[in-house]
Write a protein that binds this ligand. Structure first.
Ligand code: HEM
Length: 412
């Protein structure tokens, strides 16, 4: 019998069943019996174990539909030789091109045997330290730093931990299998050797988005409903940027701990006022369905805004930001528990969850994020529950074309 699933004809039977997984098998049975396509079948049709293209005008993993798992690593460059930076980027590009297609890389010990590509993407970014560090122009690139690529300022409420912030280079591996993502990062770190060392890393996951629905974050709200549709306008750097950044974008990462103990003690109506959307449907407080537009002017009988002035979505909405939009592609994180000193009365000090959101946004110009978040950091009702303790900004160059390495045009 011909395999009814495109792209799966070349895998072994054993892998076929791995690929199908529990829900996928239901789809196979359904297809055989002529049932209509349910959510499980749609999941399978998208081939969650298939491969994403690596080469192209843009790096993959930015506007690519989100995979279920992320492993983000920031590296410090430990070499002072420009040639070694170039050779590192060449080696990483080659390894990424192989691994995203489900192939092993030399020296990986066969650790990924039996693991399918699982839509692995590897997205690379350049931190300020690539251009100059501690006043030193290590690689002769200081003059090539785009003026647009500014440092992030200190925002109200920031409690940044330097060991979880910054970095000279970033690599984010996203995949529908956490081990595939981790395997990729382990290879990048091994290949880097003495040229670069991991500075910080963050794992993340998405839940509830499997059947094509918007995923839910740890607060139980759909997260990712409102996103920019015009990527050329809001995400990709155009000819205002240097050659190597065209088709690229700026990445902001914020490690945001959420005080879930506090959140879990709130009633749902209060939670909905804080976000500005309904919890179950994801609809705006002024609408019925998830994708209804926000009505920021609607008021109740007492003249109060239905979407409160300090609601998260009001502060993030394009209409409240002069039309500006950012692409959010964050992942929930869960790092167990930690000793925490609370920021709210009665200021308890005890073991609490170290869990929240590894917020990642992409924008054509970092100033868009800075302007939007500066106001949020001062006014957002969500701030009672969130603490930003990690922060980084990276310039993600345009994609590599076959035969090129990532960021090549910066080094010519
Ligand atoms: C733990 C922290 C955060 C949580 C839990 C959170 C959660 C949410 C939720 C539930 C929504 C509504 C659904 C949606 O449209 O996706 C939303 C929207 C949004 N958030 Fe956040 N968010 C967080 C941090 C941030 C940060 C740091 C920014 C930075 C500027 C941001 C920017 C936005 C924007 C632009 C929207 C869309 C607003 C609109 O146009 O309706 N969020 N967020």
């Amino acid at each position: 019998m011909a395999c009814p699933f495109k792209g799966l004809t070349d895998i072994t039977r054993r892998n076929f069943f791995t690929a199908a997984g529990g829900v996928g098998l239901a789809a196979v049975a359904g297809a055989g019996l002529g049932f209509g396509l349910g959510p499980a079948a749609r999941l399978f049709e998208r081939n969650p174990r298939g491969a994403e293209k690596f080469y192209g005008a843009h790096q993959a993993g930015i506007v690519t539909p989100q995979q279920s798992h992320s492993y983000f690593a920031a590296f410090d460059l430990t070499t002072d030789k420009r040639d070694e930076v170039v050779s590192l980027l060449k080696d990483w590009t080659e390894a990424a091109a192989q691994m995203t297609q489900g192939k092993s890389v030399a020296g990986d010990g066969g650790d990924a045997r039996g693991l399918l590509p699982s839509r692995l993407t590897a997205t690379f970014g350049f931190g300020a330290g690539l251009f100059s560090k501690d006043g030193s122009d290590r690689y002769g690139l200081a003059a090539r730093r785009p003026a647009t690529f500014v440092d992030l300022p200190k925002f109200a409420g920031d409690q940044l931990i330097m060991e979880k912030s910054g970095g000279d280079l970033s690599v984010q591996a996203c995949a529908n299998d956490p081990q595939v993502a981790f395997h990729a990062i382990r290879q990048f770190a091994r290949i880097a050797g003495e040229r670069a060392h991991i500075r910080w890393a963050q794992t993340g996951f998405l839940s509830g988005g499997n059947d094509g629905e918007t995923p839910r974050n740890l607060m139980g709200f759909k997260d990712g409903t409102q996103q920019p549709k015009d990527h050329d306008k809001f995400v990709w750097v155009g000819n205002e940027g240097p050659d190597w950044m065209q088709g690229g974008t700026y990445l902001v990462a914020r490690r945001i701990r959420i005080a879930l103990e506090h959140w879990d003690s709130m009633d749902v109506a209060a939670q909905e006022e804080i976000i500005g959307r309904k919890k179950i449907s994801g609809a705006p407080l002024t609408g019925r369905n998830e994708f209804d537009a926000l009505d920021l002017n609607a008021t109740d009988k007492d003249g109060n805004y239905i979407i409160p002035e300090n609601a998260h979505v009001r502060l993030g909405n394009a209409a409240a930001n002069g039309g500006a939009e950012i692409l959010r592609r964050g992942y929930s994180y869960n790092d167990g528990v930690n000793f925490i000193a609370e920021r709210w009365p009665p200021w308890r000090q005890r073991i609490e969850y170290d869990a929240g959101l590894h917020f990642i946004s992409y924008q054509r110009d970092p100033k868009t994020f800075i302007k939007m978040f500066d106001r949020m950091a001062k006014q957002d009702a969500l701030n009672q529950f969130t603490t930003h303790n990690g922060s980084a900004i990276f310039a993600c160059p345009g994609g590599a074309r076959a035969g090129e390495f990532i960021g090549q045009r910066l080094f010519v």
